[in-house]
Design a protein around this ligand. Structure first.
Ligand code: ATP
Length: 240
C-alpha cells in the first residue's frame, strides 16, 4: 500500500535565545502510522513537538501538514487543522472535573459530535467514566495521562502528538496507555507521533522511529530495526 505523507519536518532549526535546540531536523509521518521519537533527556524531543505546534517557532526549515505549510502559522490555526497534543506534564485543568476537561478539548466547529466523542473517550478509558465528576487535580498520574489524551481526542485530530505519555507511571499503567494508543491507531487509523524516553515501549508500539541526540536526528528505521540495533540497545535499552 502506498503511504501518504501527513507531516513533513524539513531541516528545522529552533533556538531558545542564542542556543540552538534543534539542529536541522528532518522527519516524516505517514497517514495511519505510529512514529516514535526517542532520545535522552535534553535531546530536543519536546522542542520538536512544540515547534510542530508553533511555539517556539522554527527559525529555519519547513513544517508541512496535510499539504499545508504550517511553519509560520499561529498555534490556534495549527490546532484548527486538527493536530492535537497531549503535552509533557499532561497539563490538565486541575480544578475542573474530568467531564469539564474533556469539554475544553472539544473543537467548537465539531460540537455536533460532542456526545459521541465523549462516549468514545469513556469507551477507550473506562476509568475516566468512573471519575467523571472528580476534579482533574485529584486523579492519579495515569488517570491524568488518560484525561490528557482524551482531551486531545475531543478535537477529532488527524494527527495526535504525545509528549512522554509514560513519564512517571507504573509499568501496568504504561501498558494500558500504550494499548489504548495502539487501539486508536488500529480501529480509527489515527496517526500518532510520540516522544518518549521509554525507548523500549515506544519502539514496540511504533511502526517507525527516530533517534535524536543533541538536536539532531541520528538514526531512523522501523520499530523492530531500532529495537534490534546494537547502538540503540546500548544507549537506550540496556541497563536503563
Ligand atoms: P526532556 O525529556 O527532558 O524534556 P527533551 O529531549 O524533550 O528532554 P528539550 O526539552 O526539547 O529536550 O530540550 C532541548 C534543549 O533545549 C535542552 O538543552 C534544554 O535545556 C533546552 N531548553 C528547553 N526548553 C528551554 C527553554 N524554555 N529555554 C531555554 N532552553 C531550553
Amino acid at each position: 500500500m502506498a503511504q501518504k505523507s501527513l507531516l513533513q519536518v524539513e531541516g528545522v532549526e529552533t533556538y531558545y535565545g542564542n542556543i540552538r535546540a534543534l539542529n536541522g531536523v528532518t522527519i516524516d509521518v505517514n497517514e495511519g502510522e505510529i512514529v516514535a521519537l526517542i532520545g535522552a533527556n535534553g535531546a530536543g524531543k519536546s522542542t520538536l513537538m512544540m515547534t510542530i505546534f508553533g511555539t517556539p517557532r522554527a527559525r529555519s526549515g519547513k513544517i508541512i501538514f496535510a499539504g499545508t505549510d504550517i511553519t509560520n502559522l499561529p498555534t490556534h490555526e495549527i490546532a484548527r487543522l486538527r493536530i492535537a497534543q497531549s503535552p509533557e506534564g499532561r497539563r490538565i485543568f486541575p480544578r475542573m472535573t474530568v467531564l469539564e476537561n474533556l469539554q475544553m478539548g472539544a473543537s467548537l466547529d465539531k460540537l455536533k459530535y460532542y456526545d459521541e466523542d465523549v462516549e468514545k473517550v469513556f469507551h477507550l478509558f473506562p476509568r475516566l467514566k468512573e471519575r467523571i465528576s472528580q476534579r482533574g487535580g485529584t486523579l492519579s498520574g495515569g488517570e491524568q495521562q488518560m484525561l490528557s489524551i482524551g482531551r486531545a481526542l475531543m478535537a477529532r485530530p488527524r494527527l495526535l502528538l504525545l509528549d512522554e505519555p509514560s513519564l512517571g507511571l507504573a509499568p501496568l499503567i504504561v501498558k494500558q496507555i500504550f494499548d489504548a494508543v495502539r487501539e486508536l491507531n488500529k480501529s480509527q487509523g489515527l496517526t500518532v507521533f510520540l516522544v518518549e524516553q521509554n525507548a523500549f515501549g515506544a519502539l514496540k508500539l511504533a511502526n517507525r522511529g527516530y533517534v535524536m541526540v543533541n538536536g539532531n536526528v541520528t538514526m531512523s528505521g522501523t520499530g523492530q530495526q531500532l529495537l534490534a540495533d546494537p547502538e540503540v540497545r546500548a544507549a537506550y535499552l540496556e541497563g536503563g
